[in-house]
Design a protein around this ligand. Structure first.
Ligand SMILES: NC(=O)c1ccc[n+]([C@@H]2O[C@H](COP(=O)([O-])OP(=O)(O)OC[C@H]3O[C@@H](n4cnc5c(N)ncnc54)[C@H](O)[C@@H]3O)[C@@H](O)[C@H]2O)c1
Length: 384
């Protein structure tokens, strides 16, 4: 899907950073490193924090304020990077989109699928790009792993084993499902990226060991079915002791013509097997090309390219909602002990969003979809 370019390709994209907290500071670094984007203002409810962030970045003259609309107007911005807390993602995105700006949002797009649907409707209404930064899609090694999966035929089983001893003092320690809601979305989104099909259903079991420092469940086992029959299994913990995996987890894919593994960092292995003879061609290490920007630098480059070309990126809001729906379905399965259909999560969220106290212009834009599957363009081929 393409749209007319939203910015001129000749000049850097002018960006207001909204949210100058922990992750906002990381985004200032990415904006500084980019040749194609420049930060022109900072918005935060905490003005001292915003000013300190500008000073630390060596940009003491930067426009700082509490209003997205005012700072964008004062700076002639094209877009914002939304790095506020999840509860503020929808109102900030709506304000920016209504002012004619495009939005690159930190994950999650919104705290619930219902709020994410309203965000996507806000982008439709404005005719601007709303994209989620799924920064864990952008690794040269993941690009090589995805290519390796293309060599092993039909995938029957994809697995992630993720074990970290994670200490995050703050809100994550009191969430009901910290691992699923705050972290597993990265792996679920990468699974969609690798399989290239949509999730259908999930059964999920969560638990919390006696030594856990989290109030909510820090261990999760989720088994997804994808369209076409492939299964994706995620086993994760934030309270492991020893033998940690990488932050991306350890991945394995079993296909009709072989298997491939990725350690979530740089180690890849591929073994091709001839299905007719059963003969292996031996172990290969697919080569890495280290040319692309990684992590949030990769998200930023993808966003800028999409603005300049009119291309719809794979993590554009409508497309990204399925990753969030996987999280919500897994949580619902863990809470009820039942297998949950992703389509039911989407239908329920659509009904909820239409009856919330969200602004009327957003509910009207969402109602104009007619149905959630029509609005999300489900079952249509996405860009490769
Ligand atoms: N992709 C990743 O690897 C990664 C890592 C950490 C955090 N995150 C995400 O980044 C986002 C921010 O996380 P954080 O750890 O930086 O949080 P934080 O609490 O450190 O910072 C959030 C900032 O947003 C500001 N803010 C809140 N509401 C606002 C509003 N309405 N208008 C303007 N400013 C507002 C707060 O004052 C605060 O400075 C979250 O969505 C989080 O999930 C992503």
């Amino acid at each position: 899907m393409t749209r007319p370019p939203l910015v001129d390709a000749a000049a850097p994209v002018r960006i207001v950073l909204v949210g100058a907290g922990l992750m906002g500071r990381a985004w200032l670094g990415a904006l500084d490193r980019s040749q194609d984007a420049e930060v022109v203002g900072i918005v935060d409810l905490d003005q001292d924090l915003a000013r300190a962030a500008a000073d630390e970045a060596g940009l003491p003259g930067l426009v700082v304020g509490t209003s997205v609309t005012s700072v964008a107007e004062a700076t002639g911005a094209h877009a914002i990077v939304n790095v506020t807390v999840p509860a503020a993602h929808l109102p900030i995105a709506d304000e920016a989109l209504s002012a004619g700006l495009s939005v690159l949002s930190e994950k999650p797009l919104a705290p619930t699928v219902a709020a994410a649907l309203l965000s996507a409707a806000a982008a439709d209404r404005a005719g601007r790009l709303l994209m989620t930064s799924q920064n864990r899609r952008y690794y040269d090694s993941l690009t090589a792993y995805r290519a390796a999966l293309g060599e092993i035929g039909e995938i029957a089983l994809l697995t992630t084993e993720y074990t970290r001893e994670a200490h995050f003092p703050g809100f994550r320690e009191t969430m009901a499902h910290p691992l699923l809601v705050d972290m597993a979305i990265h792996a679920f989104d990468v699974a969609r990226h690798l399989l290239g099909t949509d999730p259908v259903s999930v059964t999920c079991d969560t638990s919390n060991p006696p030594w856990s420092w989290f109030e909510g469940d820090s261990v999760a086992n989720a088994l997804f079915e994808f369209e076409g029959g492939a299964r994706y299994r995620y086993t994760g913990t934030w309270t492991t002791r020893g033998l940690e995996t990488s932050w991306n987890g350890a991945w394995r894919a079993s296909g009709s013509h072989g298997s491939a593994t990725w350690d979530g960092e740089t180690a890849l292995a591929l073994e091709r097997v001839d299905p007719a003879t059963g003969e292996s061609t031996g172990l290969e290490s697919p080569p890495l090309r280290t040319t692309s920007p990684e992590e949030i630098d990769g998200s930023l480059a993808d966003f800028v390219d999409a603005l300049r070309t009119g291309r719809t990126p794979d993590t554009e809001a409508h497309r990204n909602i399925l990753s969030l729906a996987m999280v919500e379905a897994a949580v619902r399965s863990a809470d009820t002990g039942r297998r949950i259909e992703v389509a039911d999560v989407l239908e329920d969220a659509y009904a909820t969003a239409l009856t919330t106290d969200a602004p009327q212009h957003l509910r009207e834009a969402l109602a104009s979809w007619g149905s959630v599957s029509a609005g999300l363009h489900l079952h249509q081929t996405v860009d490769a």
